[in-house]
Every structure is written in C-alpha cells, then in structure tokens.
Design a protein around this ligand. Structure first.
Ligand code: 5GP
Length: 189
C-alpha cells in the first residue's frame, strides 16, 4: 500500500531490528491512514464472511476498530493480563514478545469466540510471527475458523511471514519491508 510505504519512509525510525512508527501508529495514531488501511483489509478479506476481528493489545486495537467499521463485525482483543473482571472460562496461550524480550500469557474469554466464528486476525507488525500464532491458537481452541491475517507492516526479513504462510495461513501485509540496514528502509517489490 503506497500510502503506508510513503509514511514509513518519511516518519519511520530504524532502531536495529525494530522500526519505530510512534508518530502515526504506535503512540500517536493517524486515523485517516488507519481508515485507508481498514478499507484495504476489507478489499482483501471482505468476501470471507468474517464474523469477528481478533487482535492483541495494545497497538492492534486501533487498527482493528477502524477496520471493523468496514466489516461491520465486533472486535475482540486478546488481553495480556488476566484481570479480575474476566470469567474463569478463558482461552489462553503464551506469546513471546518481540519488543520486550519476555513471554506473556494472553487470554480471551470463551464467551467472545465460538465454533461458528470466521475470524480475521489483525496486528500492527509481523516479525517472528509469535503474536499471530498465539491468536491463531486461541481461535483453534475455540473451534472457530481463521480466514487469514491482516497486518500493517511485515518485516519480511524476519521469519514469521514465511512460517505462517507455510503453515497454511493467508497473510496479507500492507507494507512489506525487505531490509532496513543503515537506517534505509527497502520494501519488497
Ligand atoms: P512477532 O510476534 O511477529 O515476533 O512480533 C509482532 C509483535 O511485536 C507486534 O504485535 C508488535 O507489537 C511487535 N513488533 C515486532 N516488531 C516490531 C517493530 O519493528 N516495531 C514495532 N513498533 N513493533 C514491533
């Protein structure tokens, strides 16, 4: 997606293997841009009879909420902390965090994912694929179907995208970065 690539080129900050996009995605959010991303996810997955969007807190939530206005379905976000206001009937899995170097438990209340659900996974970044794999796992536990994953930015030089596609998941990334050495960002062509 040209608009997103341009924005990454203009405002993205490379910090080793991490791309910082705090000025439009991970801290301050450009809702006009999110709207175009949501429209594009709908163009790609609108024919899949999606019943829910599933993302993981925190940065996927904004993107998923805007996309949901196109799909007209609810957004469920996996929580990283088991809070006391959740039921005991939880779907859970462990996800190693790319940016924090820790592993955390993520949970979704069983009430919000069911065997009849056709779920589109949404996230901001795809790196090693652990976050999407965790979400996929939660839907499998619920007996539902994952129709695919929509991510804003895939770092295609990291193994997650290839691994997930080989495992049979349809992964669509709106911007695919092939390299970001020396601070210069290259996109997959
Ligand atoms: P994965 O689980 O695919 O290794 O990493 C995906 C998760 O890690 C995303 O949910 C995102 O929050 C975070 N992440 C991975 N790489 C980057 C990056 O380069 N920049 C930012 N801002 N977040 C990243």
């Amino acid at each position: 997606m040209e608009l997103l690539e341009e924005r990454i080129r203009r405002d993205g900050v490379v910090d080793g293997q991490v791309l910082k996009v705090n000025s439009f995605l991970n801290h301050q959010m450009d809702i006009g841009l999110f709207n175009e991303m949501g429209r594009e996810f709908y163009r790609l997955f609108g024919g899949e009879r999606v019943t829910k969007l599933l993302t993981i807190e925190a940065s996927g939530i904004g993107i998923a909420c805007i996309a949901a206005q196109y799909f007209r379905v609810p957004v469920v976000f996996a929580k990283k902390n088991r809070t006391s206001n959740l039921s005991d009937n939880l779907l859970t899995t462990l996800v190693p965090s790319f940016t924090h170097g820790t592993t955390y438990q993520v949970v979704v209340d069983r009430a919000f994912l069911s065997p009849t659900d056709r779920v589109l996974l949404i996230d901001d970044f795809l790196a090693n694929g652990a976050a999407l794999e965790g979400l996929w796992q939660l839907v499998r536990q619920a007996g539902g179907t994952v129709v695919g994953a929509g991510v804003a930015i895939e770092k295609a030089f990291q193994p997650g995208g290839q691994r997930l596609r080989q495992a049979g998941l349809r992964v669509e990334a709106l911007a695919r970065i092939s390299a970001m050495e020396g601070g210069s960002i290259q996109f997959v062509r």
